[in-house]
Design a protein around this ligand. Structure first.
Ligand SMILES: Nc1ncnc2c1ncn2[C@@H]1O[C@H](COP(=O)(O)OP(=O)(O)OP(=O)(O)O)[C@@H](O)[C@H]1O
Ligand SMILES: C[C@@](O)(CCO)CC(=O)[O-]
Ligand SMILES: [Mg+2]
Length: 382
């Protein structure tokens, strides 16, 4: 029995980090995807294995199902009720992954492998199977690679469990359920995620997201009335979202009032950006005025992200370089390196755009454009 889950990466136009602390944020899916092909194997053999093949990293790992069962104990539960990976279980998972002695250059994969083992055993138990993972997204770069991995995996697992247990071959997949399971995977990778990344990777398009504590998260579609063209620069500076999110929380503990004011300001930027993106623009003059305001909001957000300590010298280099051409750039995702967005006005000529890309790439960075606001999770029977 085989299925494939395919989920997009994302950009955050405004509100990253502040969204973890209750502010609104605006995110959109992009047309770069992670795919997880999942196949169950006949069970009952002594050497039943659970295998993952990370094609892009040329890394193939497997664990005997009997070992997983012995170490993790009973993982069965109601797959319609996503549950937290406890710290005790995470320690057990980390131990199982550590036994594989990952090469140093792949050590950051540990959290992803823990998320894989947790989600697989929580949804399918200890059935032997193989996952083959491929991705177009740069890992650890702010484009939601972890969320697209968790969403594609959770979608494939739930589709397979429904085929298995409900004989529901073509049942429409419950996207809410997928997003909730993916969030539990993101908790392993991000530590304290807001939920925006797995939400936009699951549902696609563009959303305004606000994390709620006492009730379900507030998710509002944002319908852009004009095309949004973004140049993405990958600074190729690796970083770790979990540690960046933690550093912001620690700064908020040291400066509670100042940081709360910054989060409030970012909340207002997100609210204004959503209204602006949805506002009508009848002609090119109106479009240009709208784009000027959007760039101002992005510029203010970048300034506040620098305030909370998540910018980086490489990000500031892109900001300064594009500013020379009166363009605005802001980090996207957790920052600390990774990717930077540059808004491309509709009136900017291809020649000027190419010249700006050359200036940025002379700094050793990689530039590319993406389609903003495409589809979310797709699940295919194989
Ligand atoms: N295709 C993949 N296969 C396995 N693990 C992955 C994959 N993509 C991401 N991961 C896991 O997620 C980690 C990167 O997640 P992280 O949240 O730090 O960066 P990101 O999601 O790319 O950026 P951001 O969260 O800021 O958008 C990797 O180190 C790895 O553990
Ligand atoms: C930095 C952050 O706000 C976005 C990461 O893409 C973390 C989160 O919301 O989970
Ligand atoms: Mg992530």
């Amino acid at each position: 029995m085989e299925v494939k889950g395919r989920a997009p990466g994302k950009i955050i136009l405004a509100g990253e980090h502040a969204v973890v602390h209750g502010a609104a944020a605006i995110a959109a899916s992009i047309d770069l995807y992670t795919e997880v092909h999942l196949a169950l194997r006949p069970s009952g053999q002594e050497d039943d294995l659970l295998e993952i093949d990370l094609k892009d990293m040329k890394l193939n790992l497997s664990w005997p199902c009997s070992q997983l069962k012995e170490v993790l104990g009973d993982c069965s539960g109601d797959t319609t009720l996503p549950r937290l990976c406890t710290s005790e279980k995470l320690d057990l998972l980390a131990g199982i992954v550590a036994e594989k002695k990952l090469p140093q250059e792949n050590i950051q994969l540990s959290s992803g492998l823990c998320a894989f083992l947790f989600l697989y055993t929580s949804i399918l138990g200890f059935k032997p199977g193989k996952a083959v993972v491929t991705s177009e997204l740069p890992m650890g770069s702010g484009l939601g690679s972890s969320a697209s991995f968790c969403v594609a995996l959770s979608g494939a697992l739930i589709a397979l469990s429904e085929k298995l247990f409900l004989n529901a071959n073509e049942k429409k997949i419950d996207l809410e359920l997928v997003s909730k399971w993916a969030y539990e995977g993101e908790r392993i990778i991000h530590g304290k995620p807001s939920g925006i990344d797995n939400t936009v990777s699951t549902f696609g398009n563009m959303i305004k997201f606000k994390k709620e504590v006492t009730k379900t998260n507030s998710i509002t579609p944002v319908n852009s009335t004009t095309p949004l063209k973004m140049l993405i620069t990958d600074t190729r500076v690796g970083r770790n979202t979990k540690s960046l999110v933690a550093s912001v929380s620690e700064r908020a503990l040291r400066h509670p009032h100042a940081m709360s004011s910054i989060f409030d300001a970012i909340n207002s930027i997100s609210d204004e950006l959503a209204l602006l993106v949805e506002s009508p623009a009848a002609d090119q003059v109106a479009i240009s005025e709208k784009e000027e305001k959007l760039m101002e909001l992005m510029e203010m957000n970048q300034g506040l992200l620098q305030c909370i300590g998540v910018s980086h010298e490489s990000i500031e280099t892109v900001v300064r370089t594009t500013m020379k051409s009166k363009l605005v750039s802001k980090l996207t995702g957790a920052g600390g390196g990774g990717c930077v967005l540059t808004f491309v006005p509709t009136q900017l000529s291809a020649a000027v755009t190419e010249n700006i890309i050359s200036q940025i790439e002379e700094c050793g960075f990689r530039c590319f454009t993406v389609e903003v606001g495409g589809s979310g999770l797709q699940v295919f029977s194989c």
